[in-house]
Design a protein around this ligand. Structure first.
Ligand SMILES: C[S@@+](CC[C@H](N)C(=O)[O-])C[C@H]1O[C@@H](n2cnc3c(N)ncnc32)[C@H](O)[C@@H]1O
Length: 207
C-alpha cells in the first residue's frame, strides 16, 4: 500500500499506533478553523440534545458541552482509537453526564426519530458510501426545526491534495447544497470559512 493510500485509510478510520499518536495532531491542528466554525453555527446552549458524527479527537464534543447547562452531546465514531482519545479529553463531561460516546457506524445505528436539536459532522462526508441515504437518516433523527451543520474542505482544494480517490469522494459546496435539498432539508445555507479562497465550508440546513 502506498503512503497516500495508507494515510487516506487512516484519515477515514484511524487505527493502531499511527492512528493514536499521529492522526490526532493532524486533526486538531489541520481541522481547527473548520471545526470552530461548525461549533459556532451549531450554537449549542441550554438543554439542547446534539449529535456529532465522526468526532475524531473529541474537541468539538468538549467545546459544545461547555456551552450547555443541562443538555447533552452525543458522539458516534467507528474508530476505537478515536473513541479512546475522545474519552480522555471529555473525561469530566462524561462523568457529569453531558457527553455520551458510542463506538459505531452512524449508518448502522437506530436512533429514534425526532431526537436531536442539532446534528453536526466535520470531514466525514468524503467517506459516506451513500450520501443520499446518510442525509435521509440525519433528517429522520433531527427534531422538526432542528439543524444539520456539515463541515468539509471543498473539491477545489481537495483535488490537489495527495489523497486516495478510492477512499475520498470530493464535493463542491453546491453539490452538498443539492444533496441536502434533495434529501428534504430546508433553509440550506453555505457558509465559507475564512473567506471563499480557503475552500473550507460549513453547510447548514434545517428539518
Ligand atoms: C477525517 S476524521 C475527522 C475527525 C473530526 N471530525 C475532525 O474534523 O477533526 C473522520 C472521523 O470520522 C469517523 N467516521 C467516518 N465515517 C464514520 C461513520 N460512518 N460513522 C462513525 N464514524 C465515522 C472516523 O473514524 C474518524 O474519526
Amino acid at each position: 500500500m502506498s503512503l497516500k493510500e495508507y494515510f487516506s485509510h487512516q484519515a477515514r478510520r484511524p487505527s493502531g499506533i499511527f492512528g493514536r499518536f499521529f492522526m490526532p495532531r493532524v486533526f486538531d491542528k489541520g481541522n481547527s478553523a473548520l471545526n470552530q466554525s461548525m461549533v459556532e453555527l451549531v450554537g449549542a446552549g441550554g438543554s439542547d440534545r446534539i449529535l456529532e458524527i465522526g468526532f475524531g479527537t473529541g474537541t468539538v464534543l468538549r467545546d459544545m458541552a461547555d456551552a450547555l447547562t443541562d443538555g447533552t452531546v452525543e458522539g458516534i465514531d467507528f474508530s476505537d482509537t478515536m473513541v479512546g482519545v475522545a474519552k480522555k479529553k471529555n473525561k469530566h463531561h462524561i462523568m457529569d453526564g453531558k457527553v455520551k460516546l458510542t463506538q459505531g457506524n452512524f449508518d448502522e445505528m437506530s436512533y429514534p426519530s425526532d431526537t436531536f436539536n442539532a446534528v453536526c459532522s466535520a470531514n466525514t462526508l468524503y467517506f459516506w458510501p451513500d450520501p443520499e441515504a446518510t442525509s435521509a437518516r440525519i433528517l429522520n433523527v433531527l427534531k422538526p426545526g432542528g439543524a444539520l451543520v456539515l463541515a468539509f474542505v471543498g473539491k477545489g482544494k481537495m483535488k490537489d491534495m495527495p489523497l486516495s480517490k478510492g477512499v475520498f469522494s470530493l464535493f463542491f459546496p453546491e453539490d452538498v447544497h443539492a444533496l441536502l435539498k434533495n434529501a428534504g432539508f430546508s433553509s440550506v445555507e453555505t457558509h465559507p470559512v475564512n473567506g471563499q479562497d480557503s475552500a473550507l465550508y460549513c453547510v447548514k440546513a434545517r428539518k
